[in-house]
Ligand binder design. Sequence first.
Ligand code: GDP
Length: 440
Amino acid sequence: MFDNLSDKLDKAFHILKGHGKITEVNVAETLKEVRRALLDADVNFKIAKDFTTKVKEKALGQDVLTTLQPGQLLVKLVKDELTELMGGDVAGINLSGNPTVILMSGLQGSGKTTFSGKLANYLLNKKNKKPLLVACDIYRPAAIQQLYVVGDSIGVEVYSEPENKNPVEIAQNAIKHAKANGFNVVIVDTAGRLAVDEEMMNEIERVHKAIQPQETLFVVDAMTGQDAVNTAKTFNDRLNFDGVILTKLDGDTRGGAALSIKTIVNKPIKFVGTGEKMEAIDVFYPIRMAERILGMGDVVSLVERAQEQFDEDEARKIQKKIAKNEFGFDDFLSQIQQVKKMGNMKDLVGMIPGASKAMKDVEIEDDAFKHIEAIIHSMTPIERSKPTLIDVKRKARIAKGSGTKVEQVNQLMKQFEQMSKMMKMMQGPGGKNLMKMMGG
Ligand code: GDP
C-alpha cells in the first residue's frame, strides 16, 4: 500500500540525517522532496504545496523541541499533517433510523457491489445487524445477479424487482419489505456508468430524495488517483454525500486519492476496501494510515485483526492437544487458515513497523502458504496426526503429490517440530502467562 510514496518520503528524511539542528535550508530541501513525493503520488498540486508550507511553518516555530533529533521532529510534523489531510479523526457510520437506509453511489467498476456485500457482512457480524441488500441497477441484469452471488456468499437476503424499470419504486418497496420483515439496515446498490453522465446523476438524485438515506456513501477506486477526486466532486455537488469509500487499496495505489479527497469534498473517508474477499474491509483511521505511509507500521490494526480472527474454542482445543502430545498437521493447517483470514501477507507485513522497508526487495507471495498447504494436503490422515511416521519414503511421495521438492517437505517438518516444541514449552511452568498474553 502506497509503497512508492513511503519510499520517497523515507529518502526525503535522509537529507536531515546527521544534522544536529533544523535550519531553514535543510528543512526547505527536505520539504521540497516531500512535496515531490506527494506530487508523484498523484496528490493535487495545491494540496501538496499547502501541505509543505504548513509543515515548514510548524518546523521553524519549534525551538522548544531542539532536544529531539530534527529528523524525528520533521517526521512527526509530517505524520500529523498527513493525518489531518486524511480527515483527522475516524468517522463512524450513522446507524440511526429503523431501518437505517444506506445508499451506495459511484461509477461502474468502482467496487460498489462488492463493497455493499462487505458492508452487509461487517454490519451482520460486527454490529449485530440484520441487513437487506437491494439491487437497484435496472440496466444490467448481470449486476443484479452479481449482488445475489455476493448476498449468497455471506448469507444476506437480496431484494430485487427484475421487471420493474423504476429504481425509485424498487428502493421504496425494498424499504417496505425490510420494515415488514425485521431488517434493520437496507443497503441500496445503484446503477453506475463508466463515466459521469446526466441521466445517471438524475436517477440517483431521485432515488436519494425519495428514500432519504441516513448514509449516502460514495465508492471510488483508489487506483484512479486525481480522477477519483474529480468524480467525487461531481457526485458530492449533486448528492451532498456523507462519506467516501476507497476501494482497491490493496493494489498498486499511489495514494493521491486518499490524500486529496477530504480537502476537495470535505467529507471523511469512512471505510477502505483491501481485497476482493468479503472480509477485506477496514474502518479508515487517518492516523494509522499516516503511520503506515511513513513506514511506522500499524500495530494497533494488526492486533485488532488477530483478535477478530481469534477463535477461543479452537485455541482451547489446540491447548488440550498440545498437552496430550496430539498436536498434528491438521491443527497446523487450521492455524494457517486463521492467519490467512487476517489478510494477505503483503498487507500484514506493511503493518509491522519497519518491516515494509526491510522486506522491500523480497517478493512476498500473496498466497505465501500455498506450498505448505499443498504438502499437508498430500499427507494421509494418519501421517497428519502422527508426523513421526513420515520417513524418507513417505517424504518422497508427499513431495511428488504436492508438486514440491523433498527439501521443502523437510523444511516444513522442521518448522512443525520447532513449533510443537515451542508450544509445549509455553504450556509448562512459566509458560502459562505467555499463553495468556497471547489470548490463550
Ligand atoms: P461496481 O460496478 O461498482 O459494482 O463494481 P464491482 O463491485 O463489480 O467491482 C469491480 C471489480 O473490482 C470486481 O472485479 C471486484 O472484485 C473488484 N474489487 C472491488 N473491490 C476491490 C478491492 O478492494 N480490492 C480489489 N483488489 N478488487 C476489488
